[in-house]
Design a protein around this ligand. Structure first.
Ligand code: TXA
Ligand code: MG
Length: 309
């Protein structure tokens, strides 16, 4: 059910959850200081309790309500990249609800770059907001996706289609060396150039609890295209291509022609559309020969999580 800003604010103040737009994907928001509201988020999504949530703030002051021992680098990053698709992991204040951090001694925080989300948070105070999909499904990038997962009962604040299309970069500043736990549109190179120091890329899934769980999966199976395979007209297979030239593409294929921003923006929508249209398999061109682009690490990461192993 679509609600206006005023209604969304009153629902969140009353401890309810509302799907809200951000610049990356829609989030399922609830009052970050109300344990029952946060519990409602977990219940609604079917999210495992060991997967912590991101606190969304609307002003830098609020950072100090949740984090402590904040390194100067964090303040500089916040100043440069917020509001924007960068989540910082910092040491938490003891008062932060355990349910938000899944009992960890750190907390994830970001300031979303979306006028509606910021207006809402200015009125409600900080909200926790995981991506608004049902746990395991691709993140929603428009209100239709949320209705696909929950029917029409869940309140949705409509902000149209999201701009980035994949979730924020998660950067762990709670210990040295700093580490990217989840790649996003703000790349490792951009962050390490800005900070003037190397940043590691976490691959062992040691620290980000979310990476242990199934993610971003459509019902159709997702596989990498074998590059010797030809692209054929079919109502079973949907192809996602981006680099290599293929002659006479059928209707069941999309070619991004190296526009990786558009690729990220549409990936989850394509997953969901393929399901809606009854395709049983999605074949994606690998990135072996593609040009380098700051978004490719994040795109491969999301695809890799949905590939049927
Ligand atoms: O773009 C985004 O970040 C979206 C929008 C709605 O803001 N939100 C989002 O939230 O993607 P979610 O819950 O789907 O993903 C949060 C990720 C998970 O992988 C979680 O494990 C990780 O952040 N995370 C949260 N708190 C953490 C912590 N204290 N330490 C390590 N990882 C943490
Ligand atoms: Mg998510």
């Amino acid at each position: 059910m679509i609600v206006d800003l005023k209604k969304a604010i009153s629902l969140i103040r009353d401890g309810d959850v509302v799907a809200i737009p951000t610049e990356t994907v829609y989030g399922l928001a609830g009052d970050a200081k109300n344990a029952l509201a946060v519990q409602k988020i977990f219940n609604t999504k079917g999210r495992p309790a060991d997967n912590p949530l991101i606190v969304h703030i609307s002003s830098i002051d609020q950072l100090h309500d949740f984090a402590e021992s904040i390194p100067d680098d964090a303040l500089q990053l916040a100043d440069k990249f917020w509001p924007g698709p960068l989540t910082l992991i910092l040491k938490r204040k003891p008062a932060v609800l355990d349910i938000v951090t899944a009992g960890l001694d750190t907390v994830a925080i970001r300031m979303p770059n979306h006028p509606i989300a910021l207006k809402l948070i200015q009125k409600t105070g900080p909200v926790t907001a995981p991506s608004a999909n049902r746990s395991g499904k691709p993140s929603p990038t428009n209100p239709e996706h949320i209705k696909q997962d929950y029917g029409t009962n869940l309140p949705i604040l409509d902000g149209g289609k999201t701009d980035v299309g994949i979730e924020s970069t998660v950067l762990d500043l709670s210990e040295l060396p700093y580490r990217i736990l989840r790649p996003g549109v703000i790349s490792k190179e951009e962050l390490s150039t800005f900070l003037g120091q190397p940043i590691e890329r976490e691959t062992a899934n040691r620290k980000s609890p979310g990476t242990r769980h199934t993610h971003y999966k459509p019902t159709a199976s997702v596989k990498w295209l074998d590059e010797r395979q030809s692209i054929i007209k079919s109502h079973k297979t949907f192809y996602i291509l981006h680099h290599k030239e293929f002659a006479n593409l059928p209707e069941n294929a999309i070619h991004f022609r190296e526009n990786y921003q558009e690729f990220a923006r549409l990936l989850y929508d394509l997953y969901r559309t393929a399901d809606q249209k009854g395709f049983s398999q999605i074949l994606i061109e690998p990135f072996t020969n593609s040009p380098s682009h700051p978004l490719i690490d994040a795109i491969i990461n999301r695809i890799q999580h949905s590939v049927n192993k």
